[in-house]
Design a protein around this ligand. Structure first.
Ligand code: GLU
Length: 547
């Protein structure tokens, strides 16, 4: 009778599961290779948690000579958002997460989009029905919701199981009657579970987790014949020969049903790595990152904020394995691809995603690039978000690179750049087009600046001086004008002097840049030039004159 029910429900499914299995042979990978996947649902929002999972999966496959593939899980058309698949592809591309096979790229284990695999799932459902392991359930939404209310009231487990599963043993005749009336139905599995039994999930990150055995007759195919996530996951990961499922730990409670589906289908379950959620500290409390409250949760945030994707990857690596950061600091010439991630070092609980920490990583990242690399990476950012500055970058390429190079190759390199945005904000005074537009001397107007000494300075400046000669000249200037040539001398008897050498240097810095903090002044003067300094001095005097 089961076979007849199966044929009645799926007259068009003529392909057998044996034929399907034959199309998905064992993978030709070496012993121990990890075959894993990124399996997002195109629901319109790709967050850093998704990216983190994809990152971990891709690294595990990479380091074991395995396979990382992309599967689009689009079985929930109600939640599907237009353009979401594109956003996923763009994010993977932007964060340099490459996959060996998958959606759009193809491969021998496709199609890699679940909506194109519906007949495959139906063939397996048909098989389960013919074996008496699944059945059509004609219960209406009202009936189900009534049952649910009762279960809630009585504090029972929610779902269709035991005596609630009224359609479990319908006769062929009863099913025919329903079908003649065109009653909508779903396909449910017949759970062989026992509520008093427990099962163990041997999670590779979290360790062993004991869970109650599943007893619910889970939906395998929805009314439209499309599978649920659970059923599609089990079948796809079996056919595509996934060895390890890397996914968010919100799926842990679903594991018992996945295990049972595997058992009903006769599949060997994959190994699982459940990733803890990314969290945030706010007002002393820790909470999950939220789509609504935290702009940094969306992967699209980073490009616009000028945060380099490489730095985000470094941060993800830092989160994934607690020993990564130290390794990276000790191995400045190595990349993430030289590191071997281990499950044991992956966090088992909520993982703090801290923007300040990311900021730090960004600074280290930028400090390790050459000036020319910083320039080349920043240019596309400005071309996209600030075309006028991109034009300045092109016009004054050498000048900007020289600026970025100041103190770069020293023992303690500059760390003033954390985002692409900082390149502009830290360098505006290099460009007259920006310098004279801004209220450049805002901070210091009214402060006493010894104009006379700065004018003398212009006359003694020589671009060919070494840094020592340059400094000595300022010291001489200090002495002849009643300033202490060293801070030490000034401190010994401040009354003897108008000020000290530091004050003169600060005055030069103010006039040259309008700022109190800049990289090395000697080098800045070389880049901007004494003639421009003279013009700015005059500009400054005009401003002071107006006040
Ligand atoms: N499509 C599921 C999701 O987006 C994927 C879970 C999994 O990786 O199996 O949450």
């Amino acid at each position: 009778m089961n076979k007849e029910i199966a044929d009645l429900l799926f007259p068009n499914i003529t392909t057998t599961v044996e034929e399907i299995e034959a199309k998905y042979p064992e993978r030709n990978v070496k012993e121990g290779a990890i075959v894993t996947r990124f399996a997002p649902s195109p629901t319109g929002f790709m967050h850093v948690g998704n990216l983190y999972g994809a990152f971990i999966g891709s690294q595990l496959a990479r380091q074991s000579d395995g396979i990382f593939y992309l599967r689009i899980e689009d079985t929930d058309d109600k939640r599907e958002v237009e353009g979401a698949i594109e956003a996923i592809l763009n994010a993977l591309d932007a964060f340099d997460i490459t996959y060996d096979e998958g959606y759009q790229k193809g491969g021998a284990y496709g199609p890699y989009q679940q909506s194109q695999r519906v007949e495959i799932y139906q063939a397996y459902a048909k098989k389960l029905i013919s074996e008496g392991k699944a059945y059509p359930c004609f219960m209406s939404e009202e009936e189900i919701s009534e049952i649910r209310q009762g279960q809630e009231l009585r504090k029972e487990m929610i779902g269709i199981y035991g005596h609630y599963a009224v359609d479990r043993n319908l006769s062929l005749e009863e099913i025919k009657e329903h079908l003649d009336r065109h009653d909508p139905y779903v396909i449910r599995m017949k759970s062989p579970g026992d509520a008093h039994q427990e099962i163990v999930l041997h999670d590779l990150i979290k360790g062993d987790i004991t869970l109650p055995e599943n007893v619910i007759d889970e939906v395998l195919l929805k009314q439209n014949g499309v599978p649920t996530y659970h059923f599609a996951h089990v079948i796809d990961d079996h056919l595509m020969h996934t060895t390890h499922v890397v996914r968010g730990d919100e799926w842990v409670p679903s594991f018992p049903k996945h295990l049972q589906m595997n058992q009903l289908l006769g599949f060997k379950p994959c190994k699982y790595l459940h990733i803890a959620p990314l969290t945030k500290k706010e007002d002393g409390k820790i909470r999950k990152l939220s789509k609504r409250k935290d702009p940094e949760f969306a992967v699209s945030y980073y490009a616009e904020a000028g945060i380099p994707s490489e730095a985000v990857r470094l941060y993800l690596a830092t989160l994934a394995n607690s020993n990564f950061e130290e390794w990276y600091l000790q191995n400045p010439d190595k990349t993430i691809e030289d590191f071997t991630f281990t499950y044991k070092k992956m966090p088992t609980g909520g993982t703090l995603f801290d923007m300040e920490k990311l900021d730090n990583i960004c600074r280290t990242y930028f400090s390790r690039l050459t000036a020319a690399e910083v320039y080349e990476k920043a240019l596309p950012y400005y071309e996209k978000y600030d075309a006028p500055f991109a034009a300045l970058m092109n016009q004054y390429k050498e000048k900007l690179i020289a600026f970025l190079n100041i103190e770069r190759n020293s023992k303690r390199p500059r760390k003033d750049i954390a985002t692409y945005k900082d390149i502009k904000s830290e360098s505006t005074y290099l460009f007259n087009e920006l310098f004279y537009q801004e209220d450049s001397y805002q901070q210091i107007v009214g402060e006493e600046i010894d104009m006379d000494i700065l004018k003398q300075y212009i006359n003694c400046y020589d671009v060919n001086d070494t840094q020592d000669e340059w400094y000595q000249k300022i010291q001489t200037l200090a002495e002849t004008n009643g300033y202490a040539p060293t801070v030490k001398m000034y401190k010994e008897d401040a009354q003897l002097y108008k000020g000290h050498i530091g004050d003169i240097c600060e005055a030069i810095r103010h006039i040259l840049t309008g700022r109190t903090k800049t990289p090395n002044l000697y080098e800045l003067l070389q880049i901007i030039g004494i003639d421009e300094f003279a013009k700015r001095l005059q500009f400054y005097q005009e401003i002071v004159g107006k006040h």
